[in-house]
Each structure stands twice: as structure tokens, then as C-alpha cells.
Design a protein around this ligand. Sequence first.
Ligand code: FAD
Length: 506
Amino acid sequence: MQPISAVLPHDIHNEALVSNVHPPDWQNPEPASRYNLVVIGAGTAGLVTAAGAAGLGAKVALVERHLLGGDCLNVGCVPSKCIIRSSRVAADLCEAHQFGIRVPEGMGVDFPAVMERMRRLRARISVHDSARRFKDLGVDVFLGEGKFSGPDTLEVAGKTLRFKKAVIATGTRPVHPTIEGLAEVGFLTNETVFSLTEQPRRLAVIGGGPIGCELAQAFRRLGCEVTLFHNASHILNREDSDAADILQRSFIRDGIRLILNCKTKRVEKKNGSKVIHIECGGKEDEITVDEILAGAGRAPNVEGLNLEAVGVKYDKREGVQVNEYLQTTNPRIYAAGDICLKYKFTHTADATARIVIQNALFLGRKKQSALTIPWCTYTDPEIAHVGMYERDAQEKGIAVDTFIRPLSDVDRAIADGEEEGFVKIHVRKGTDEILGATIVARHAGEMLSEITLAMVGHLGLGTLSNVIHPYPTQAEAIKQAADAYNRTRLTPFIKGLFTRWFTWAR
Ligand SMILES: Cc1cc2nc3c(=O)[nH]c(=O)nc-3n(C[C@H](O)[C@H](O)[C@H](O)COP(=O)(O)OP(=O)(O)OC[C@H]3O[C@@H](n4cnc5c(N)ncnc54)[C@H](O)[C@@H]3O)c2cc1C
């Protein structure tokens, strides 16, 4: 746990943030004799659980050891999307000449101003997650480290909270890579990178997953020399290679140096810089940088909760073990969000919190496997996905038909100069049942929800062909894919019938 004083730099924005999400003068309330629900961790999962349960009339305690809002507000989605926005402006200005726009001399990135904008907006958004707001919603907010102390009790800051049900929503923290010398030379993670006020001239990013890719591109576009290390043959290896290839080309155009499939052997400090020694295909090389940012996975916050004492099974890498109903191995204790999920996103933390409210408080039987989970990596272009990949279908022995529309065939994408990308939709073979989709586009995350809605509402791809899309929009690519499906219904037999009909009708 980082002390509150680690929310750097000390400025009016961070002061406003802390006064919302960990008020220095906060007085923990006197605990109720017993709570319907005690929630440990006030990230998205904990906040949604607490607000929802209290809104329904339950007596709820919410326990947070650091900042309400958790990763998403403080060191995750919110700050990253703020700086990504600035980096897109910088990239657009660099390419302005392609749109017939002359940019005046002297254009440049004011890095401290980019970071200050981020801190200002984060502080503004933090009102939604503020301790006072949750108090007003009827939640007893306790600031301090929560630890189970008995079958129905949790200790926090010297107080004992008795519960009927409890929810573990303690999230994750960044994994510290085990590279020789790295700890000694020092490195940034998502917990510290958003505190930067000066731009590192040369930045190494370790890890080409969503966090590493988003931040590598953002920092490159803000003017850093960026080297991205990833230990696989393409970045974002969860995504299809055709999608990742488009992003890799975009990274190379941006000037990111990609080091794929190499072994990072050790790091040392030399003349005030950090030197990374790597081995690629039997050859040794070294890369000199000013800062190293580790985005190499997440570790669940399971330590210190005394989970053994309450019979909650966990794994130090996978987190808290839960069943379909998000119940832990102790039936009175549930879990939600990153601490127990494979898909670690704010929207899954939110969705699982809603399941927990129903299952823990109302004898509900909502299953996590019933969720249709989309996600998006907010690079440029974005890569958004929902449902199955083709390889998932193959593994399950499900035959699919796949419809792909390149954005280079979509008028709006051509007009926007954003032709690199595609919409790819998989349906169960011979039917229009949508099984999964990937979109690569500048605003793929915004486009994807139409397909997610269709999947949740059991609407087939044929129905999407009947949806009128305003012209010109990039989302027309979805309709084009649906039209392509419709054309497959015109079998030679049906076409023969039509031909005979038209011959007769002439
Ligand atoms: C850089 C970055 C960018 C991201 N961008 C996106 C994005 O664009 N979209 C998206 O959907 N997701 C994104 N994510 C993921 C998202 O932030 C997480 O999925 C989400 O925050 C999970 O919420 P949570 O409530 O499960 O956990 P957390 O947000 O981690 O909250 C857990 C809380 O529990 C507290 N806690 C832990 N142990 C204790 C204890 N013993 N007692 C009391 N409190 C405790 C912690 O202090 C923390 O506040 C991003 C993550 C990162 C790191």
C-alpha cells in the first residue's frame, strides 16, 4: 500500500483528488451492530456493490485502505485515457499536412501541461467516487486496511465490523518483473507513471499487453523515444494477429522501436542512464533509456486479508477462487472485480458487482458465465473484441462463418483518412447467430456495442442488416458485414427461382 503522501505531485488537483477519495480529516463511523454486507476494497467492484446494496436498503460498510475509486480512477483508465487524448491531438497535428492543414512553426508538446490536464480532469471525475458521496448514499465508509478476524467479522482501523455477508473486491497491483538489476535501477509502474511531471526523453516499456501498448503509444506521441519489449511474436497476443499487425504497423509509423521475442537479461545504471541488456536470436544487444515502465501483468491483492482464517481459497497468481455465482469457498463471502476475474476490466468489475448484490442479498442465482464481455484497447487504431475468436470456436468444435469488411471499403473511413482497420464477425456456420467479433478502427470501442447488444439480445447478423445506419459512418462496416451474410442466403437454388419469376414477370 502506498501512503496518501505518495499521490504526487502535491498540487491543487491532487489535493482535490485526495480530499474526495481519502479525505485527510475523515472520521470512521461507529460500526453498526451488524451489517448485511461488508465490502473490502473501494475500486469499481466495491463501489458499485456498496452503492447498489445501500440503494436497496441494506446496511453496508465499505472498507478502503488507500484511495476510493481504486485503479480505474486513480492510476488506470481515467489518467491513461486523459493522456491518450492529448497524444491523439499531437498525432493529428503531426499528420495535419495530409489533410491540407498547415500547422504553424513551433508546434510542440508541453508535457507538464498534458499531465496537469490529466490531474485536473481526474480530480473532477473523483467527485463520483468520493467518500462523502458514498456516506450520503447511506454507506458506512471506513478508511483503513481490512482483515478478516473471525467467521463473521472484519477488523479495520481498530474497529470490528460484523457481517452477514462480505465481498472481497481488493483488486490487483502491477507485477514487478524479475529482471536482474531492475529493482536496483528503479522503474515506473501504473502506480507511479501518472505522477510524472517531466518527460523522460527515452522510455522503455516492458510488456506489450493492453496497458503497455496504450502507454507506449501515448508517450511516443507525446515526444518520448519509446522502445517496447514484448516476449511474443506480436503485441497484444490475446488478439488475432491480423488485428495486432495493423497496430504494429501504426506503432512503427509512430516511431516506436519494437523488440519482440527477445530475452531481457539484466538492467544496470551507467552514466545516469538505465541500460537494458537483451538477447535476440543468439545475439546480445543493449538499449539505453532514461526510464523503464513495467506493464507486465497484474498480481491479485490477496495478502494480509487473513483469508485462511475464513476458509477462502485463493491462488497468488489467479486471485480468489469463486464459483459461477461469485461465491468463494466460504458461502458467506463473495468476490467481485479483478481479484477473482480472468477479464480484468472496469466494466466487468461493475457487472460482477451487480451479480454479487443479487446473489449475496437476495438468494439470486445469477451466473458470471452468462455475461457477454466486450473489451477494447485504446490505442490508435483501437482494437475492440467481444465473444469468441475463431480459435475459441475451433477449440470448442464449433464451425463458423466469418464476415470481414475492411475499412478501406467504407466511405466515411476513406473520408476520415482512417482506412486501416476492419470489422470481423463470426457466426455459427449456416446460421446468423453471432458468436464473436473484432473491430479495428479509430473508435472501435464505440462501434462494438452494437454487436454486443445484438449478442445479448439474441439478434442475428441478419437483423443488423435491417438496421439503418446513418450515412456516412464507420459503423456502416458492421452493416456491410451483415449484408455479406445476407448474400449467402441467396443460394443457387433460390437465385434460380428468382430468375424464373423475373422471366415470367417480364
Ligand atoms: C493503466 C491501466 C489502464 C486501464 N484502463 C482500463 C480501461 O480503459 N478500461 C477498463 O475497463 N479497464 C481498464 N483498466 C483495468 C481497471 O482499472 C480494473 O479492471 C478495475 O480498476 C478493477 O476494479 P476493482 O474494483 O476490481 O479493483 P481495484 O480498482 O484495484 O480496487 C481495489 C481496491 O481495493 C483496495 N484494497 C486492497 N486490499 C485492501 C484491504 N486489505 N483493505 C482495504 N482495501 C483494500 C485497493 O486499495 C483498491 O482501492 C486499466 C488498468 C490499468 C492499470
